[in-house]
Design a protein around this ligand. Structure first.
Ligand SMILES: N[C@H](CCC[C@H](N)C(=O)O)C(=O)O
Length: 292
């Protein structure tokens, strides 16, 4: 079986063209097999496995597994890699596509191709629910950008040590395995202002990923969740009823941008935050290919 290895800001994936169903239904259920493929010593090594399959509604379907072998939810970096891979396979010819994923249809644009690096603008699902927990005992946003994300902004005391040195795995596990989240799990994101970038709306994000149960170098749905939470955190009081914005995000594995339109239809209801036309923008890179 032929495989390709891709990475998007250091979040890496094994990609398989499964339009011929060569990756069997049996293999999809075989968690040990998938876990081994993703294992960095016993296998190819990856944060996840992605299959490109035929779709009746769209150009293709993306099936995503976490590196623990479980079927995952939406994956933003994987989605960008899947678009780059499908474009290379000729699954769609013009530089725009629509594909099916765990959380529904996604539109994407191939903005540029230069050798092995493809710039992809991936539309994420609209968001209308954001849980905001900011009081003396809690400090987090919780939202689902295709995958569930807990987002916390490092406060002054924690920021002293810097997000660079913050114990992400240890602190991430405390949240991921707490009473509320331990059954379904959650991804856990830590955010600080990006002091290295003078551009406005610039944040630094580190993510503990469920299913990988470790920090990854970047998480696309996490970066998206952090950009939206940052917008709410910074601008809610000043937010007009409708506005568009762009947030620059640095992850350990590289830079991404998140563009979106915000509207709060009922100004009195703080829980109704509508984000539409959300795009995750950045590179997807082909690394190598091989035969299993
Ligand atoms: N790395 C992925 C997210 C995977 C989400 C996964 N960890 C889960 O919650 O099932 C991304 O780029 O969006």
């Amino acid at each position: 079986m032929k495989f390709y290895k891709y990475q998007g800001t250091g979040n890496d994936f094994i990609m398989i063209d499964n339009r011929d169903n060569s990756f069997s239904e049996q293999q999809k259920k075989d968690k040990d097999f998938i876990e081994n493929l993703c294992h960095r010593r016993f296998g190819i090594g990856a944060d996840g496995l992605i299959l490109i399959e035929n779709s009746t509604e769209a150009d293709f379907t993306m099936v995503y597994f976490n590196s623990d072998g479980n079927l995952g939810s939406m994956c933003g970096n994987g989605g960008r890699c899947a678009v780059a891979f499908a474009y290379r396979l000729g699954v769609f010819q013009k530089k725009e596509t629509t594909f099916m994923a765990f959380d529904g249809l996604h539109f994407a644009k191939v903005a540029n191709v230069e050798n092995e690096i493809t710039q992809v603008e991936l539309q994420m699902s609209d968001i209308s629910e954001v849980e905001i927990n900011l009081d003396s005992t809690q400090n987090f946003y919780y939202l689902n950008t295709g995958s569930p994300h807990y987002v916390t902004f490092l406060n002054e005391e924690k920021i002293q040590t810097g997000l660079e040195n913050y114990p992400i795995v240890e602190e991430g596990k405390k949240v991921r395995y707490n009473e509320r989240f331990k059954k379904e799990g959650t991804n856990v994101n830590f955010v600080a202002n990006n002091a290295n970038n003078s551009e406005k709306n610039s944040i630094f994000v580190r993510t503990y990923e469920r299913g990988v149960e470790d920090e990854t170098l970047s998480c696309g749905t996490g970066v998206t969740a952090c950009a939206l939470a940052y917008f709410l955190n910074q601008k809610l009081d000043k937010a007009e009823s409708q506005q568009s914005d762009l947030v620059h995000v640095r992850a350990l594995g590289g830079n991404l941008k998140v563009r979106f339109t915000y509207s709060n239809l009922s100004q009195n209801n703080n829980s109704e935050h509508n984000f539409t036309s959300i795009f995750l923008i950045g590179a997807a890179t082909a690394v190598f290919e091989g035969i299993i």
